[in-house]
Design a protein around this ligand. Sequence first.
Ligand code: ZN
Length: 263
Amino acid sequence: MLTERLWPGNSLRNFHYLIACPQTGEALAVDPLDWQLCLDAARKRGWQITQILSTHEHEDHTGGNAGLKSATGAQVMSHAGAAARIGGVDRGLSKGDVIRVGRTVELECLDTPGHTMTHVCLLSHTEQPALFCGDTLFNAGAGNCHNGGDPAVLYDTFASQLARLPDSTRVYPGHEYLARNLEFTLDREPTNPDAATYLARARENNANSAPVTTLAEERRINTFFRLQNPAVIARLRQAFPDIGEHPDPRTVFIRLRELRNRW
Ligand SMILES: [Zn+2]
């Protein structure tokens, strides 16, 4: 599996992805808002874009579908429940469906509601798994829920699906918010040494060279994976004394998400 992360440099800080089969050159474009950038990158590598995936229905993920489809004839895919709202979808996806790219690439669809109620992540069947996670999980952060989502449902997605993926899983989100998210982690857990190290590095890098994290790293630097950490809970109680001494992880997640909304 060949993976290319593309940075259009727009104000929304989108990432687009091309996932290609090394044997046939067939490629899948994930959330190709700047579709011309994706097409140019594919042509440069000799790849043919045959499929397009929208992780969810928001315009900043779907707005390039029509242009890329008319330029390539690619098949457009999305969560089956979002297809009518997105429009122009050729294949509606459900949990467990497998997307094949060329001869060698297999991507499993995860049904991951929370940011929106119809959102898919793709998990590669490769020795080192890769997770293309749209606006569900970000490097060091979690998606917001104020445009059709629900933080309690997003918690369930984190706890029952994302947290169970292997440590080595690489995290490929729909936007670049690494430094901002690390600042939030440090605001919530000022003594987190890994977050401080990563933040110093993130400030040196430009967004295009932002690191791709693994889930092992996320468990150390992403406050939304550190729900039982005593420092996180102690600090959260300062903002929300009503949560008590031993809040359950769901409560911690929802309150952290609430703080992040206005942070
Ligand atoms: Zn979104």
